[in-house]
Design a binder for this molecule. Structure first.
Ligand code: C5P
Length: 229
């Protein structure tokens, strides 16, 4: 396929307080990673690189096989790094064939719908990066120590989600630049924009939230439970 999806799953998930790496924690009978991959494989056919926590490559491989079914030849597992940026870089090095568009997706957003993945892939152009985002609903303040300095205009802000999509050639160059400079970026869109390329946003989805703390895991469990309690 002309598209690859790098699913970064190598985080430890310290804030979740579980024994296992976050991606391998169960939501229901299936793990966070398995749910994320189920949606990835329901999207348009793509090469799928799972970036696994060191020492858990075998678990990631099992989840990949289970989600991929008869498309298992499209998938590959590699070992992640100490930061998310290093994990994405490891994923980029594992691409093979004529991939033109690369999507980078957090395994920690397991309920991200396949339609969101497809929409991002379709919005990528020769030079343009794409991220899904939601309007900001909270009232935000700029602070300095304990002082509230000012209200921040919400209309100028969005909350970024994943997958974030990019033309492969420019994303690889942007990663090479970041490696040279030693800079660490918040997300792939920031790294890509720092290399001078445009990024646009498209509508995200409320269910594409990131699992960070135990309450997020509970929310995912409720959304997946039959009663939708
Ligand atoms: O920690 P956080 O949830 O913000 O991480 C976002 C995503 O990046 C997660 O899916 C996590 O597994 C991944 N990650 C990674 N390698 C790291 C740190 C985070 O693949 N070293």
């Amino acid at each position: 396929p002309a598209t690859a999806i790098i699913v970064v799953a190598a985080g430890s998930g310290t804030r979740l307080g579980a024994d296992a790496p976050k991606a391998l924690v169960g939501i229901d009978e299936h793990s966070v990673l398995r749910h994320a991959l189920d949606q990835v494989f329901q999207a348009a056919p793509a090469q799928v690189i799972v970036v696994a926590p060191a020492g858990h490559e075998g678990d990631a491989e099992s989840e990949l096989r289970a989600a991929a079914g008869d498309r298992v030849e499209l998938g590959r597992v590699v070992t992640g790094g100490a930061t998310r940026q290093q994990s994405v870089a490891a994923g980029l090095r594992a691409l093979w064939g004529d991939v033109e568009t690369v999507l980078v997706h957090d395994a920690a957003r397991p309920l991200t719908p396949a339609a969101q993945i497809d929409a991002v892939a379709q919005a990528v152009t020769d030079d343009r990066g794409v991220l899904p985002a939601l309007p900001v609903v909270n009232t935000l303040k700029r602070v300095s120590g304990s002082a509230v300095v000012e209200a921040v205009d919400r209309s100028e802000l969005v909350a970024a989600q994943t997958p974030q999509g990019f033309p492969r050639a420019l994303l690889e160059k942007a990663y090479a630049l970041a490696l040279d400079s030693g800079a660490e970026y918040t997300d792939d869109a920031a790294l890509y924009a720092a290399a001078g390329h445009p990024v646009v946003h498209i509508p995200g989805s409320p269910v594409a939230f990131k699992i960070t703390v135990p309450a997020d895991l509970e929310r995912a469990r409720r959304l997946l439970s039959p009663e939708r309690g």
